[in-house]
Design a protein around this ligand. Structure first.
Ligand SMILES: Nc1ncnc2c1ncn2[C@@H]1O[C@H](COP(=O)(O)OP(=O)(O)O)[C@@H](O)[C@H]1O
Ligand SMILES: N[C@@H](CC(=O)OP(=O)(O)O)C(=O)O
Length: 526
């Protein structure tokens, strides 16, 4: 089968083939490769994605694609945020704005396809699917307006439309360029009657949830004809609680990680608009450098403490089965990005031939894998910051023993669904840094904690964290960290060293945080 190819498009910086091309299919003999594309990549560079899949990886791998909802400028202005706004509008009695928002989403997807999809039949089929999907969403929101209620589960259904439209779009674009793609929606992947068994408490998903989901994903993908290239919604549902409350925004990374586990993928690739993981957020620290390799523990610490490169739950899924994760830039498909795996891989020309050696569990020096290369300096790996932090300091009234005191504090925070980011404690005093997810919950927790002593609560703070596997063995790093901050006049409100010894964190005022990160980068990373 051959398909006519259009001339190159302004949406791709790469040369586009002209003339007929052969249909590109998955080869079932090749190892699986899972590729997740962020919403801005789908929005700005759909033909770049085709290039990545088709020309670069289909010749060596069996590819599964996961997409999040399309954004043409930034995630803030993207489809998911627009859908959330439509949901808010729909429960206002007189509002019709939600109708316009859905119309806008529908039209922007159709307009994007009109620009890149050249085969009329593929475009027409896409348009019919998009119109059907948006009609169904309008019906759903119309019903919500009548009953004046949108439950968390209903919100999931609404945002899920974003990934569905995005994957329909990418399937059409890939087909148009000769890739035998198949759209897969995971909107009903889990049987709803099983859900209550998958939460240990109201917020935490049990390992058996992830295991069941991975099995169902594998079953779903393997039910496709083997040569098809699946294009899978990063949205999966239903989940205990709701996807937004239990897993949160950025759930597509987690979906791709579970898929990689279920397919025993050779690698999980997260394609973004940034070259990989940097020594600091390049938007805040102009001198930040790309890091070619980091460990899963470092990546988890970094994402937890504010580097938005991966969803925080992603790493723990892939790490147990040893699947390497690579962060790559969709604008530079031939660069090798950042690889996240337990041991530094051997160097080779093609990124996918970087095979991570099996770890022997020893904490040996990873320089050995770069024989003949310049000895790597022992430095921290990255510095990161997390905004919107509240600090609670509780001075016990000594009416309970210290172990009882801490237990009561934790229990109270749990009752108010507040998660602790950092903790620093003496026998009867405790300081806790919390993400300010709900000012109401913090106020209620403070009131409840006053039973145990006096409570000092302050907002407008930031956590600044230094992360690095070498820090376990570096003498004086904490000293240099706090001397550098003190010399720059940054007041440190709390200090905490992670139990894994790969992270040291402190709390500073929000207005001092970017400066603090820049100072630490300038003083400790060279
Ligand atoms: N240490 C870090 N390394 C790289 N990026 C970081 C780091 N910390 C924060 N970031 C930010 O994470 C963002 C994620 O990349 P982006 O391409 O915008 O995401 P997506 O493609 O998922 O929308 C970047 O804009 C970058 O500024
Ligand atoms: N579209 C969703 C899910 C997601 O994973 O997004 P991203 O891949 O851009 O982090 C969101 O905006 O949260």
């Amino acid at each position: 089968m051959t398909i006519e190819q259009p001339p190159s498009s302004p949406l791709s910086p790469f040369p586009t083939r002209t003339g007929p091309v052969h249909l590109q299919t998955n080869n079932p003999k090749f190892p699986w490769l899972v590729q997740k594309f962020g919403g801005t990549s789908v929005g700005k560079l759909p033909l770049g994605i085709v290039e990545v899949v088709n020309r670069k990886y289909l010749p060596t791998n069996r590819v599964a694609i996961v997409c999040s909802a399309r954004s043409t400028e930034s995630k803030e202005l993207g489809t998911t945020n627009r859908l959330l706004r439509a949901a808010e509008e729909a429960i206002k009695a007189e509002s019709t704005e939600w109708v316009d928002i859905i119309e806008g989403i529908q039209e922007s997807h159709i307009a994007a396809a009109r620009e890149v999809v050249k085969a009329r039949a593929i475009f027409d089929e896409f348009r019919v699917e998009v119109e059907r999907e948006c009609r169904s969403l309008r019906g759903f929101l119309g019903a919500a307006q009548i009953i004046n209620e949108i439950s968390p589960r209903s919100k999931d259904v609404i945002i899920g439309t974003g990934e569905k439209l995005s994957c329909m779009f990418m399937t059409a674009v890939l087909r148009d360029r000769g890739v035998d793609a198949e759209y897969i929606s995971l909107e009903n992947i889990l049987p709803p009657n099983h859900l209550p068994t998958y939460t240990a408490n109201s917020k935490t998903l049990t390992p058996s949830f992830y295991k069941t989901l991975a099995t169902l994903l594998e079953f779903r993908i393997r039910s496709l004809p083997a040569h098809k290239v699946p294009v899978i919604t990063g949205f999966f549902s239903p989940v205990p609680g709701s996807l937004l409350t239990t897993i949160g925004r950025g759930y597509t990374d987690l979906c791709a990680a579970l898929l990689s586990v279920s397919l025993k993928a050779q690698e999980l690739q997260i394609w973004k608009e940034v070259d990989g993981i940097f020594t600091a957020d390049p938007r805040k620290v102009p001198a930040a450098r790309l890091v070619s390799f980091i460990t899963p523990e470092e990546a988890a610490e970094l994402t937890y403490y504010g580097s938005e490169v991966l969803h925080p739950l992603t790493m723990e899924q892939v790490v147990t089965v040893g699947i390497p994760v690579r962060i790559l830039n969709v604008w530079k498909p031939y660069s090798s990005g950042t690889i996240i795996c337990a041991k530094k891989p051997t160097k080779a020309a093609h990124p996918l031939t970087l095979t991570p050696p099996v770890s022997d569990g020893e904490d040996d020096d990873d320089d050995e894998y770069f024989e003949g290369e310049e000895k790597e300096k022992k430095l921290p790996t990255a510095v990161t910051m997390k905004k919107d932090i509240h600090l609670l300091t509780i001075h016990s009234n000594r009416k309970s023993l210290s172990h009882g005191f801490l237990a009561s504090v934790f229990q109270t925070l749990d009752q108010h669904e507040l998660a602790i980011d950092l903790i620093s404690t003496s026998e009867v005093h405790v300081s806790l840094a919390l993400l300010n997810t709900s000012p109401h919950a913090i106020a209620a927790a403070v009131e409840a904690l006053e039973v145990y002593g006096s409570v000092d609560a302050r907002g407008g703070l930031c956590i600044v964290s230094l992360v690095g596997r070498h820090m376990k063995h570096m003498v004086g790093v904490a000293g240099r960290m706090f001397t550098s901050l003190a010399e720059a006049g940054v007041n440190v409100e709390m200090i905490s060293q992670g139990a894994s010894e790969i992270g040291i964190s402190c709390v500073v005022r929000e207005e001092a945080a970017v400066g603090a990160v820049n100072i630490l980068h300038a003083k400790l990373f060279w």
